[in-house]
Design a binder for this molecule. Structure first.
Ligand code: NAP
Ligand code: MG
Length: 489
């Protein structure tokens, strides 16, 4: 096992409060809850259980901090955000250990992917304040000079999931603050720890009190209170489609801007002219990375009939070689699922797959266990396009594989789900790559690769996968408003 850093030990031992107006405060109700280590099922730390009263206080603190934060000069805002990034860089190992312990993912993934991606994003957002600009317009009335200003919205809310909690938090903290807003963040109940540490580091970096507030707690209490808060100007939500719908309903009352990064059931398509060995390795990680708890997981794999048998036997062989274990064990490929509830949910899908006639090639349900929520890499074939495991997001290490014969057929089948988050295409025919990529219903299509991100590239979904684009300079659309100004000259 990787040795736990003394700083992580002492962080875990603390009684964590809510970060409101730069102060660590207990919940008004004084309630707390435990976050568990999913590799063992034991308590890792205790955090405050915020609810509506605490959300009120946090929104008030964010409102109070807003005018001064919005007035910070762009270069100074950039300096503060870079100082924040420097601190995250200094504490990279500690954050990665906290994430590995709280979420269960392998430490090297937490370090190299999770924390590094969050850091890369913050560096990118730190460059935004001096680049946010308006435009001038050639209006058709004589004697006018017309321009737009890009202005912050005010108090924003962020509600984030547990699967990549550090990245998901930063994907909202970064642009909200860079655009001059203040923020109240409600992290997932299962993984509150890195959000608390990110709040602490923001204060240490000199970001003024109240600019970033963190309210840990449950979705149906703290999350719902935040989403419907009358003073909220924007809610950035990442999570399930079902809760996304509830967020939209709340916005009917406060008319907050809404952006939604929701679930997926992404198709990865392998044509017989592709580099099949590389494609198999990519297909393996497209589904099993983060134990399948990945919004862009390539959970539907379409393989051209002509190469189907060989491709599948390579893939199954590689899946069987993956090591399942605690995230803090150095040779672990797949950590546990986040919780016993998630383990049961995924096992339910595996049983449903069998009931509906699919053929299990490897993995399958294991006995539910209170001391570590593991599920082995699982692959099904002979899955009907209409089967539950072919249509619903499982959010676990469960792959459905389908043979196909031609391009038009596979595009139609790939598009036949309500989700539209990501897709992948493997082919060595240039024209086919462009043709298929253009026709897939998805916010991102990867060709001869999968699951790549960059802070400069916009990301988001369509349909049941949500709307709005995070990342890239386009994220300014989500966190600012344009004001048109007419000057009679
Ligand atoms: P979830 O159950 O929807 O929870 C997400 C967040 O919403 C959590 O903080 C949760 O709080 C909160 N929440 C729950 N009920 C709420 C309510 N009524 N009002 C306000 N907030 C509420 O999703 P999850 O199980 O954590 O995460 C998995 C889902 O996230 C998957 O569908 C996955 O595809 C999606 N996801 C999407 C992306 C993307 O970029 N598109 C990225 C990652 C994950 P509690 O946890 O405290 O209940
Ligand atoms: Mg936990």
């Amino acid at each position: 096992m990787i040795k736990i850093l003394p700083s992580v030990e002492s962080f875990l031992a603390r009684q964590h409060g809510l970060l409101i107006g730069g102060q660590w405060q207990p919940a008004a109700s004084a309630a707390t809850f435990a976050t568990l280590n999913p590799a063992t099922g034991t308590e890792l730390a205790h955090v405050a259980e915020g609810d509506a009263a605490d959300v009120d206080r946090a929104v008030a603190a964010a409102q109070a901090a807003f005018p001064a934060w919005a007035a910070v000069l762009p270069a100074q805002c950039e300096r503060l955000l870079h100082r924040y990034a420097d601190l995250i860089e200094t504490h990279r190992e500690e954050l990665a250990q906290l994430e590995s312990l709280d979420n269960g993912k392998p430490f090297n993934v937490a370090y190299n992917v999770e924390v590094n991606v969050a850091l890369g994003q913050l560096r990118f957002y730190a460059g935004m304040p001096t680049r946010l600009k308006g435009e001038t317009y050639p209006v058709s009335s004589p004697g006018y000079h017309v321009y737009t200003r890009r202005e912050p919205l005010g108090v924003c809310g962020a509600i984030t999931p547990w699967n990549y909690s550090t990245v998901m938090a930063m994907q909202k903290i970064g642009p909200a603050l860079a655009c001059g807003n203040t923020l109240v963040l409600k992290p997932a109940e299962q993984t509150p720890l890195t959000a608390l540490r990110l709040g602490e580091l923001a204060l240490e970096a000199g970001i003024p009190p109240g600019v970033l507030n963190v309210v840990t707690g449950f979705g149906h209490t703290a999350g719902a209170a935040l989403a419907r808060h009358p003073h909220l100007r924007k809610i950035g939500f990442t999570g399930s489609t079902e809760v996304g719908r509830a967020i939209v309903r709340s916005s009917a009352e406060n008319l907050a801007h809404v952006s939604l990064e929701l679930g997926g059931k992404s198709a990865l398509i392998i044509f017989d002219d592709a580099d099949l060995d590389a494609a198999a390795e990519t297909a393996l990680w497209a589904i099993f990375a983060n134990s399948g708890q990945n919004c862009v997981a390539g959970s539907r794999l379409f393989v051209q009939q002509t190469v189907y048998d060989n491709f599948l036997s390579t893939l199954v062989g590689r899946a069987q070689a993956l090591r399942v274990g605690p995230g803090m064990q150095p040779d672990t490929d797949l950590g546990p699922l986040i919780s016993q509830a998630q383990q049961r949910r995924v096992q339910g899908y595996i049983e449903r797959g069998l009931d509906e006639g699919a053929r299990l090639l490897t993995g399958g349900a294991t006995a539910p266990s209170a001391d570590g929520y593991f599920v082995p890499p699982t692959i099904f074939e002979h899955v009907a396009d209409t089967a539950t495991i072919a249509r619903e997001e499982i959010f676990g290490p469960v792959l459905a594989v389908f043979p196909f014969s031609d391009e038009d057929e596979v595009i139609a089948r790939a598009n036949a789900v309500p989700f539209g988050l990501a897709a992948g295409v493997w082919t060595n025919q240039l024209a086919r790559a462009h043709r298929v990529a253009a026709q897939l219903h998805a916010g991102v299509v990867w060709v001869n690769t999968y699951d790549w991100f960059d802070p400069a590239v916009p990301f988001g979904g369509r349909g049941a996968s949500g709307h709005g684009r995070e990342l890239g300079m386009q994220v300014a659309e989500l966190y600012t408003e344009l004001k048109g100004i007419w000057i009679k000259v």
